[in-house]
Write a protein that binds this ligand. Sequence first.
Ligand code: ZN
Length: 239
Amino acid sequence: MSKNAFFLKEATCPICLTEFLATTVRPNRCIPQGKEADFHYKYSGVIPYLYDIWVCPECHYAAPKSIFNTVKHDEITKIAEILSKTKLPIDPLGERTHQQAITYFKLALLFMSYRKVPTSLIAGVCLKTAWIYRDLEDTTNEQEYIHKAIQFYEEAYSTERFPIGNLSEVRVAYLLGELHRRVGEYGEAVRWFDKAVNNPKSFAEPAIVKMARDQWSYAKEQYNEQKKMEISGDGVVNA
Ligand SMILES: [Zn+2]
């Protein structure tokens, strides 16, 4: 059954001009088993976001498929120089494990740092990397990549025009609230949930506003718990 979820798409590497067949997923053939509050879907079977990054099998240039071929001339020179210095033991074609996907996401983040690409796109790649670590129950790395996603989404929130990707201003504010909540920054979480609820366009997105209100209450509860622990000396007191 999972075979039907895949198809091969012809691609040409913009760095070394190798032609290859990128394993691509039909999202409507993947079976979601539930949605989490930061828009992460759990899947049984094929997990579509593991395939979001295309990797050239020859030179190992990697990027989200939406910007794989939009590299500018000066960026090509820089990336080719980096690639000439290292050769990774990877075979990026075919089905992927979570660990392989993490390698490809990190490669993509590396090359994106040498390109002029929207900050929101970098934020999205960081968030998906966090999801992959979550799937592996690797909380330490998940939290590290949530922190990175927060940093880039906050920058995008103040510098990019909405919608960014498929995210409206209300959605990004909500998502930032939820990401801060997930790393225990409850004060910041509440501040961003407030921004989502009080946004002048929030009336158009009642489902997100409801989620923001629910998660706001949850963050408040967690904040009070944290305070109680600090007072009773069970937890770490933040300076
Ligand atoms: Zn290549």
